[in-house]
Write a protein that binds this ligand. Structure first.
Ligand code: S0N
Length: 290
């Protein structure tokens, strides 16, 4: 039987571990952060601990000003992620078993993955899903919320919600429909079929498909290409692409980025300086732009 942890994917960078975790790995190289879900024995299904660690790693990558692009992937050839760990699904969500987690010790379920989806969307750096094997259920939604998806030729995509008594009516269906169209999205959810990498590329669900061994090389090439570009321009483009689908929260993100840019101008700094110097601001010198 194939070892689920085995990877035929050739490394493309000299990765350095930059965080201690149990369910994931966090590695960095060349301005890229690689976050790997490391539960291959369950096809990289996530439990609450996995999601808290992923959230921490995404924060780490966001706050590191040397990191320009983030890669999200799964350990091994067989799976990117198979969604929520069904073994610890309680009657009201996924139940953690970490004695240090106050929610978990109450035995109350919590829908943690939704917070991670929002976090990936709001991380102001491009996130690439690097998919080998299955991206299924909540694991499929994780690749949907990433900016780009590079797939290996063995990748398989699908939702299982109606089969296992679950559904994702947020990004999992709304954003999927934006990507592949309403009819196709409904087919994917209602029928719970699986789609191979070529079909996924055909429907615009992934950006490109490459041989399994070359998956990381190609993904890193995409990252390197973006790293040559203006990080602020990429940030604005991510926020702009998100804005319509994310409603007022999307507008807030885009508007926040505008505020960030405005803060960097002499005009905004005049307002701050005047307040600090206890004088009236002099905005006369700034043009009333057409
Ligand atoms: C991935 C599949 C297709 C792989 O098939 P394959 O290669 O034949 O392997 P298996 O023999 O089936 O699996 C190998 C071992 O891995 C275990 N395993 C696989 N997936 C899971 C999983 N998700 N949870 C727990 N264990 C898993 C198998 O049991 C097996 O172990 P052993 O050998 O010990 O029996 C295939 O495995 C598959 O179809 N997996 C299940 C996919 C699935 O239904 N996932 C759950 C879908 N639902 C969600 O993800 C919830 C979404 C969600 O979280 C959410 C969404 C919106 C709003 C809120 C929430 C929320 O709940 O928070």
């Amino acid at each position: 039987m194939t070892d689920p942890a085995h990877s035929s994917i050739e490394l493309a960078c000299d990765w350095r571990s930059a965080g201690e975790y149990q369910d994931i790995r966090y590695e960095v190289a060349e301005g890229i952060a690689k976050i790997t879900i490391n539960r291959p024995e369950v096809r990289n299904a996530f439990r609450p601990k996995t999601l808290f660690e992923l959230s921490d790693a995404f924060n780490r990558a966001r706050d590191d000003d040397q990191i320009g692009v983030i890669i999200l992937t799964g350990q091994g050839d067989l799976a990117f992620c198979s969604g929520g760990d069904q073994r610890i699904r309680g009657d009201d969500g996924y139940i953690g078993h970490d004695p240090n987690d106050p929610v978990a010790t109450k035995g109350i379920g919590r829908l943690n993955v939704l917070d991670l989806q929002v976090q990936i969307r709001r991380t102001p750096k491009p996130v690439i899903a690097m998919v080998a094997g299955y991206a299924i259920g909540g694991g499929h939604v994780l690749h949907i919320v990433c900016d780009l998806t590079v797939a290996a030729d063995n990748a398989r995509f699908g939702q299982t919600g109606p089969q296992v008594g679950s559904f994702d009516g947020g990004y999992g269906s709304g954003l999927l429909a934006r990507i592949v169209g309403q009819k196709k999205s409904r087919e994917i959810w209602y029928l719970c079929r699986q789609y191979d990498a070529a079909e996924a590329e055909e429907m615009g669900l992934v950006n490109t498909v490459v041989p399994l061994a070359e998956l990381e090389r190609e993904t890193v090439n995409w990252a390197r290409q973006m790293l040559r570009h203006s990080p602020l321009a990429l940030r604005m483009l991510k926020a702009s692409h998100n804005a319509v689908d994310d409603g007022l929260a999307g507008v807030q993100q885009l508007a926040g980025d505008s505020t960030l840019l405005f803060y960097m101008t002499e005009e905004a700094q005049e307002g701050r300086n005047a307040y600090r110097e206890k004088r009236a601001p002099d905005f006369d010198k700034f043009p009333k732009r057409p």
